[in-house]
Design a protein around this ligand. Structure first.
Ligand SMILES: Cc1cc2nc3c(=O)[nH]c(=O)nc-3n(C[C@H](O)[C@H](O)[C@H](O)COP(=O)(O)O)c2cc1C
Length: 203
């Protein structure tokens, strides 16, 4: 069983720290885990070309396909983003726009026999999703909602924890998630819930 972490931060910061807490717990429970750092990748925004409808894949050529294939193979995704101006980061948004839209057409067509959509199973159906967001001061819940809304329209099962899986970094771009004992325990419980749900789904 595979878990893919995706970090939307352009630096080695708090978001990556929290994602790694979750991945470490899941690795200890027997999952194969991998972290993709978007700072190492080039991902352009969706061109809105609709080429994926006909080609059954995104036709823009950059790091997208490599990451998308890992997303398809994973049983669970842990996706984390810093909050930039109240939002998830642009590269992560670009990845999610393209992954969500292009995957929809892998098993569906724009025009159906009945003239209306009948989505059925989609490539991400019943994969397990965990959102994490980190801000200096505010905006975590809005960015969290962006991630949760993406997951819920793409047929994921979203996991929570015993508190929101968000971090508050404090002043001057502090990288101090390692001092956040409450946050770490919330992330560890998130991992327990992912473990529980994925093992039930696979049973
Ligand atoms: C361009 C930019 C925009 C930011 N916007 C916000 C914001 O809207 N709200 C906030 O509380 N912090 C904001 N921050 C602070 C970051 O969210 C904070 O430093 C966070 O720890 C970054 O995550 P990271 O440590 O994983 O890189 C911003 C930082 C940058 C660089």
């Amino acid at each position: 069983m595979k878990i893919l972490g995706i970090c939307g931060s352009p630096r080695v910061g708090n978001t990556e720290y929290y994602i790694n807490v979750v991945l470490k717990e899941l690795a200890e429970s027997g999952f194969e885990v991998e972290l993709v750092r978007l700072r190492d990748k080039s991902i352009n925004q969706c061109e809105g070309c609709y080429g994926c409808i006909e080609n059954k894949k995104c036709v823009v050529n950059d790091s997208f396909e490599e990451i998308f294939n890992k997303m398809l193979k994973a049983d669970g995704l842990v996706i984390g983003s810093p909050v930039y101006n109240g939002s998830i980061t642009p590269r992560l948004k670009a990845l999610l726009d393209r992954a969500g839209f292009s995957s929809r057409w892998m098993k569906n067509d724009l025009k159906t026999d009945k003239g209306k959509y009948d989505w059925g199973q989609m490539p991400f159906s019943r994969k397990v999703f965990a959102p994490i967001t980190v801000a200096r001061k505010t905006g975590q819940t809005f960015a969290y909602a962006q991630l949760a809304l993406w997951a819920s329209v793409n047929d994921f099962i979203i996991t929570g924890s015993n508190y929101w899986t968000i971090g508050s970094a404090g002043t001057s771009g502090s990288i101090n998630a390692n001092e956040d004992t409450e946050g770490i325990s919330i992330m560890q419980h998130l991992a327990e819930n992912m473990d529980h749900v994925i093992k039930k789904l696979k049973a």
